[in-house]
Design a protein around this ligand. Structure first.
Ligand code: PLP
Length: 431
């Protein structure tokens, strides 16, 4: 097996790559680590390694990156989740600087013990005001991943049930695993399928949490929240909606897909990540105050991890303020127009699946194209996100364009042109 593998990576190190290739091996000697090292060296030596390429400035629509080879590329970026451009907004940066001056670099402790500062309370209040519902609270986490992990595993225990949309993000799945609850999946966005799953559970005597998302980053489609919540309530299940890709962006006032589908007061738990439209890092649970108070105390990823750093927290307060003002309205309008514009350039020519948001996947299929394609796209002027097996089914690998409110039409044209050129080169034009 190792001989076969050695031959494969020696002969075709670049075009034979798939993500699962190095995920495990049998035996005590960790062959996968040695094989990965060998493969990485070959691919990097050929200047074809496109992962973790350092950016030389902020996450603006135009960026410069430097590969390990020393080669620099000027790129139009479609790979950042900085949907509203707040990561580099001058007021956000000033908010961060002021907090940094006042509170110093790190929180240096768990939020439950010594790590909570007045500025964290201000962020909680800012988010609560943004949603505008009575009796709701905010539980802050130092990552969106940690928010899902902590919220689910503190709410659900051994013997309870977690029922997830099949396209759920890894952090929701990991939260369910950590909870030790029984895990079931339902077909993506299919409330009828969900009903069948719920019927199979002894729902009258069981605690159940149904997990779904506002916008799914795999396909760029919206969650069918209204239907999912209606079915869940029929069976006494609580519902968690992860609005990682939609809070501040979707809904008339930016309150997410929950606002857009009029289920804000029916969702039991809403998760936000601060690493996307907020332009920072961290995450939170928004729920009834008695729930957030409990989660604050019992979520392990919060209890045993340092609180959000004050600088980021100061920046986040500004981002929420801006998103709730006319500035947010303008940016929401622009991102939606930009997404429609890019979609119109790609639809019918490549497979963009069911995208209807600011996330536009282009499905190219064969996972072995992943590295050549991303190398080609970088060398042709764009940075774009990759998603391959096992994150998506086999032969459903895709690039994903994340559109922001700050892209110009000229930059979107550059993106469309590079994608269509690559589709021609690698044979995934559909027309
Ligand atoms: C749906 C969803 N939830 C949670 C997360 C985790 O967020 P973070 O990167 O802020 O930890 C992500 C990250 O991509 C996500 O897409």
């Amino acid at each position: 097996m190792t001989d076969f593998f050695d031959k494969l990576i020696q002969e075709e190190p670049y075009t034979q790559y798939t993500l699962d290739m190095f995920s495990r091996s049998a035996g005590k000697d960790h062959a996968e680590i040695k094989q990965f090292a060998k493969w990485r060296e070959l691919v990097t030596g050929a200047n074809k390694y496109t992962f973790e390429v350092p950016h030389l400035g902020a996450q603006t629509p135009e960026i410069s990156v430097r590969r390990e080879s020393g080669d620099e590329y000027d790129l139009v970026s479609f790979a950042s989740y900085n949907y509203l451009g707040y990561s580099y907004h001058p007021e956000v940066i000033q908010g961060a600087k002021d907090a940094l001056d006042h509170y110093g670099l790190g929180a240096t402790g768990s939020p439950l013990l010594n790590g909570t500062f007045q500025i964290h309370k201000e962020l909680e209040d800012g988010i609560s005001d943004f949603f505008g519902q009575e009796d709701y609270g905010v539980s802050l986490f130092s990552s969106g991943y940690g928010a899902n992990l902590g919220a689910i595993s503190a709410f659900i225990h051994k013997g309870d049930h977690v029922v997830l949309d099949r396209s759920s993000h890894a952090s929701l799945i990991d939260g369910a695993v950590l909870s030790q609850g029984k895990i079931s999946l339902f077909r993506h966005n299919d409330a009828e399928f969900l009903e069948k799953v719920l019927k199979r559970i002894d729902y009258e005597n069981s605690r159940i949490l149904v997990c779904c998302e506002g916008v799914y980053s795999t396909d760029g489609d919206y969650g069918t929240l209204r239907d999912i919540i209606d079915v869940s309530k029929k069976y006494g299940a609580a519902v968690l909606v992860d609005e990682a890709h939609s809070l501040l962006v979707a809904g008339e006032n930016g309150r997410g897909v929950c606002e857009e589908q009029d289920v804000l007061s029916e969702a039991d738990m809403i998760i936000a990540t601060f690493s996307k439209s907020f332009g920072g890092v961290g995450g939170c649970l928004y729920a009834k105050k008695k729930v957030t108070n409990y989660i604050n105390y019992y979520a392990r990823s919060r209890m045993f991890s340092c609180a959000l750093d004050p600088g980021v927290t100061g920046g986040l307060i500004k981002a929420v303020e801006l998103a709730g003002s006319a500035d947010g309205d303008d940016r929401r309008k622009r991102i939606s127009e930009n997404a429609d514009y890019l979609r119109s350039k790609l639809a019918g020519r490549v497979d963009i699946g069911t995208s209807s948001s600011w996330i536009i996947p282009v499905i190219y299929g064969d996972e072995r194209l992943t590295l050549p394609l991303s190398d080609y796209l970088q060398k042709n002027g764009i940075d774009i996100s990759l998603m391959t097996f096992p994150a998506v089914p086999k032969n459903k690998s895709r690039i994903r364009a994340f559109v922001t409110s700050e892209h110009t039409h000229e930059q979107l044209d550059v993106g469309a042109e590079a994608i269509l050129k690559a589709a021609e080169e690698y044979n995934f034009l559909t027309e």
